[in-house]
Design a protein around this ligand. Structure first.
Ligand code: ZN
Length: 183
């Protein structure tokens, strides 16, 4: 963190200079931080705020994220982001990923774990891609019975009921390090 880093209770300005803004309060003498974050002075409105780190955990274009599939639609999936470039995030930002061009019947299921690359931010929505070999599903289950599946070329097969299904698998599918990371 920079020299502007704050902890709750830290003095961040005098009330003669600034009013308390977002994530800040005044104790009658000083403006103090109400949250961990970064001091943000607005000289125009004469307020001092604290930018919470949650606001900083928005993935940037090119970042690799790992997330949980929150919804599956006909031409896209919505993913709740758990890791950005390998670092855990609790902000639960969602991104969407177009799946129409993959020509796979069940690209992903709800609650699958997927790794994606951030492509762009458009109209307040974060768009991600899945087409590169390392991108795709890291963990999934059988759609019929919920059991463990094993990869078979581009498909997966259930170890219990034998159901064969399609997914866009990551080259890292089945990587046990990743499973340990999740538990
Ligand atoms: Zn099964």
């Amino acid at each position: 963190m920079s020299e502007n880093a704050t902890f709750p209770g830290d003095k961040i300005a005098s009330i003669e200079e600034y009013e308390a803004g977002h994530n800040a309060f005044d104790d009658g003498d000083m403006v103090r931080a109400a949250a961990i974050g970064e001091k943000d002075i607005d000289k125009t409105s004469r307020t001092v705020s604290v930018k919470h780190p949650k606001l900083l955990s928005i993935p940037k274009v090119g970042d690799i994220i790992i997330g949980t599939v929150a919804a599956v639609m006909s031409s896209m999936i919505a993913v709740s982001i758990d890791y950005i470039n390998g670092k855990p995030t609790t902000s639960k930002v969602e991104c969407i990923c177009g799946t129409r061009n993959l020509r796979i019947r069940n690209v992903a299921l709800v609650n699958d774990i997927v790794t994606l690359k951030i492509l762009n931010h458009l109209n307040g929505t974060i768009h991600a891609g899945i087409s590169e070999p390392n991108l795709g599903i890291l963990f999934t289950k059988c759609r019929k019975c919920g059991s463990k599946v094993i990869p078979m070329r581009d498909a997966i097969k259930c170890t219990e009921c034998g159901w064969i299904d399609e997914r866009k698998l990551s080259a890292n599918f089945g990587n046990s390090d990743f499973v340990n990371l999740r538990v």
